[in-house]
Design a protein around this ligand. Structure first.
Ligand code: DUC
Ligand code: ZN
Ligand code: ZN
Length: 488
């Protein structure tokens, strides 16, 4: 007997960014076909009684098969990274494709296509990291990347080998705006960090715990304010990644309130850990080295308030996996000074279980906010127009959660290529039990069902960052004000 639908998920509670309701959901040809109170038949029926049926997570900040500027390759490739993402409730991810100086954008995309296409088990796209905004990159190469569906460009305000400077950031914001792309920014004041590093080094203060001091809160706050000012000058939208400070979050909140086209995320590590974790015995603190660094308890509380209050559009993992050995954290030796320890923490599988347990179940966020911050907002902001929703016609990218499943986080359950998880030993309640990508099972009841390479590149639409009011600086009305025209 042939059935009208390929799959029906029945008996569950459907949760979207807008509502929660009981219903069945039917899938055909990889798309959501319909939602109704009761749907009969189907080739495959999945019982979701007692479970939550939500849009699959979209991990919009992770580093997969990426070389850092100092040449360290992340531990996860597109296979292990995507498998780990799927076990963590994600059906799509958007890692970075990083341009290092001297590289053309076309060669960067070709390299990452070669890494992702044969390996990813979930759909993917890339944010392009731009470190070398030459005239050719600005005039031709970024527009060509945009035409391929890579509609977000990330820039750094720190790290000598990546920092594009204020003028470079203005150039990139201007090109992005012209095409409907979104600029993302790592905002830390480079000179403040270098100045602190020099002083700490002179004092012999090189243990992992000094990493936190070396990147002061003011370095982030100042750079967020500057980046937003630059974006406002040319009226371009801006996404501030991994906000870790009270002051930085307050600036974002104030600008949002004023209608500036600003988006922002924070990450579980800034909610779950503090800089005292950098002072764990021996070199254990190296596991917690990430930038911006971990802060203090008061900051955690303030950031949670901004998660609850809507300052952050998403909570992303910033999964930057470097093993606790000489291939990763200790590439420069087991007792390397903190600036030479690989910079980043893993967490792609822990992000959503952590946010569900510590966010939803504690009452800090609603289920609707959970869906928005884990999936729907990223889909809208980054132009993933067929994802992040349960609407008929959208991709059947679905995560089924058991909201009562209690688990102790263990590294072996992260399914990544790492040798530790910073969340080790944490007790969390609520976990994804089934993840589907375009209607195909990826993870079901603790088992991987996906075929290597089944994920597809998603060409993204222009950023969904409108239609908020813009802030074109009055100086751009120079034609009338000063008799010239320097329109961006
Ligand atoms: N920025 C990131 O986004 N991830 C890892 C390290 C960094 O500086
Ligand atoms: Zn960063
Ligand atoms: Zn990152």
């Amino acid at each position: 007997m042939t059935h009208q639908f390929d799959t029906v998920i029945h008996g569950g509670t459907l949760v979207t960014a807008g509502e929660t309701f009981k219903g069945d959901i039917a899938i055909s040809d990889g798309k959501i076909a319909c939602i109704a109170e009761r749907i009969e038949g189907a080739e495959r029926r999945i019982d979701a009684t007692g479970r939550l049926v939500m849009p699959g997570g979209i991990e919009a900040h992770c580093h997969i098969a990426q070389e850092s500027s100092s040449g360290v390759m992340s531990a996860d490739d597109y296979y292990t990274g995507s498998v780990s993402a799927a076990f963590g409730g994600n059906s799509c991810f958007v890692p970075f494709a990083a341009q290092h100086r001297g590289q053309t954008i076309a060669s960067v995309i070709e390299t990452y296509d070669g890494r992702a296409a044969p390996n990813s088990v979930i759909d993917y796209s890339y944010h392009l990291i731009v470190s070398d905004p030459t005239p050719s990159v600005l005039a031709d190469e970024l527009p060509r990347a945009f035409a391929k569906g890579i509609t977000s460009f990330k820039v750094f305000m720190t790290y000598d080998l990546m920092n594009v400077g204020d003028a470079g950031l203005l150039d990139i914001l201007t090109v992005a705006k012209a095409h409907g792309a979104l600029t993302m920014v790592h905002a830390e004041n480079n000179d403040m960090v270098k100045w602190m590093n020099a002083r700490l080094s002179a004092a012999g203060a090189t243990a992992p715990k000094y990493h936190a001091i070396s990147r002061p809160e003011l370095a982030e706050e100042e750079a967020i304010h500057r980046a937003i000012s630059l974006a406002k000058l040319v009226d371009a939208p801006l996404f501030v990644v991994h906000v870790s400070t009270r002051g930085g979050a307050a600036i974002v909140a104030r600008e949002k309130e004023a209608g500036t086209r600003i988006f922002a995320e924070t990450c579980p590590q800034y909610l779950a850990f503090t800089r005292s974790d950098l002072d764990r015995p021996g070199m254990e603190g190296a596991k917690f080295i990430c930038s911006p660094p971990l802060r203090d308890r008061q900051t955690q509380e303030a950031l949670w308030k901004h998660v609850s209050g809507g300052t952050f559009d998403s909570v992303s993992s910033d999964h930057a996996p470097y093993r606790f050995d000489e291939t990763g954290k200790f590439l420069n030796g087991i007792d390397a000074p903190y600036p030479k320890i690989a910079n980043g923490m893993p967490g792609i599988a822990a992000r959503l279980p952590y946010l569900f347990s510590e966010g939803v179940l504690t009452g800090r966020i609603t289920l609707q906010q959970f869906v928005a911050q884990s999936s729907s907002n990223a889909a809208r902001i980054f132009g993933l127009t067929s994802k992040g929703s349960l609407m008929p016609g959208h991709d059947a990218d679905i995560a089924i959660w058991d909201p009562e499943l209690r688990r102790i986080v263990r590294h072996e359950d992260q399914h990544d290529a790492m040798d530790y998880t910073p969340f080790d030993g944490m007790e969390l309640t609520g976990a994804p039990v089934t993840v589907m990508s375009r209607g195909a099972l990826v993870v079901h009841d603790g088992e991987l069902h996906a075929r290597r390479g089944q994920g597809r590149f998603v060409a993204r639409a222009p950023s969904g960052s409108g239609p908020m009011r813009g802030h074109r600086a009055p100086e751009f009305d120079a034609a009338s004000a000063y008799g010239t025209d320097i329109r961006p």
